[in-house]
Design a protein around this ligand. Structure first.
Ligand code: ZN
Length: 267
């Protein structure tokens, strides 16, 4: 009586094995191809640029620096970076990639699924969109609809973000944090793809409390964080990566929650 079910179970187990082996082998082959490509693409002079311009990289251990370099080359393989009537240098592209890698550095398999191309404008730019008042100049933009798969950045703002790296202004990281937040199709300040479910409720409550502090001028975060939960998440993330010690001192609860979200303690 049990022969048939056992046989069927065995047959399905065999099919599962057949499916698992190729997918495992395929993943392994793809990882090796990516690693090989990354190794071939990375230029030694990029290490100098990273050391000089990216404090986050400079503060990493030698092993983590290697990891950052691998992630950098993978980023350049996965996404296109284009200048809008602007020739781009390696430095420009490295700063874009660094902005995208820093917030998700603790997540080695992270991939920005809603991003294909990053466009760099020379300076702040105007953009035709129903939600943007005509003539308003912006430094960075991501969104839904016509803006899906794209990020727009001002090269001037991006460069200054890394030159003055502790002023809590980082256009690149700010926009990538919006993308992370929007992974679940909602710009609500809750990056569910990074967060453990148990932290969502306390994070939502903390956002309310901390936004009030920003709006009442009782916070080290930029005033822009007062606008809504999405801007609060982007601005608190920038403060976390640019001024972690001050954030920890003045907003310990917020700092601890951001450590849980980003799974790292930047220095
Ligand atoms: Zn924003």
């Amino acid at each position: 009586m049990h022969i048939v079910p056992i046989f069927i179970e065995g047959f399905f187990a065999f099919l599962l094995l057949l499916w698992l082996i190729p997918s495992f082998v395929y993943d392994k082959i793809w990882d090796n191809i990516l690693e090989y490509k990354a190794h071939k693409i990375f230029k030694p002079e990029w290490r100098t640029i990273l050391t000089e311009k990216v404090r986050f990289y400079r503060n990493l251990s030698p092993r983590k620096k290697k990891e950052f370099e691998k992630r950098l080359t993978e980023f350049l393989i996965n996404y296109r970076i284009k200048g809008v009537e602007l020739p781009l240098t390696d430095l420009d592209k490295i700063l874009v990639a660094a902005s995208g890698i820093i917030p998700v550095f603790a997540f080695p398999t992270w991939y920005y699924k809603d991003l294909k191309t990053i466009y760099l404008f020379p300076d702040a730019f105007t953009f035709k969109h129903p939600l943007i008042p005509e003539g308003t100049k912006v430094n960075g933009l991501v969104g839904y609809g016509q803006m899906k798969d794209k990020m727009y950045l001002s090269l001037k703002a991006l460069t200054e973000s890394f030159e003055k790296d502790q002023d809590q202004q980082n256009t690149g990281i700010h926009e990538f944090l919006h993308l992370i937040d929007m992974e679940d199709e909602q710009a609500d300040g809750i990056p569910e793809s990074l967060m453990h479910q148990t932290y969502i409720k306390p994070w939502r409550e903390l956002i309310k409390k901390e936004i009030e502090r920003v709006c009442q001028d009782d916070s080290i975060l930029n005033d822009y964080a007062c606008q809504n939960a999405a801007e609060f998440f982007a601005e608190s993330g920038v403060a976390f990566f640019e001024n972690p010690k001050i954030l920890q001192e003045k907003h310990p609860e917020l700092y601890q929650m951001l450590v849980r979200i980003f799974m790292q303690k930047p220095s």
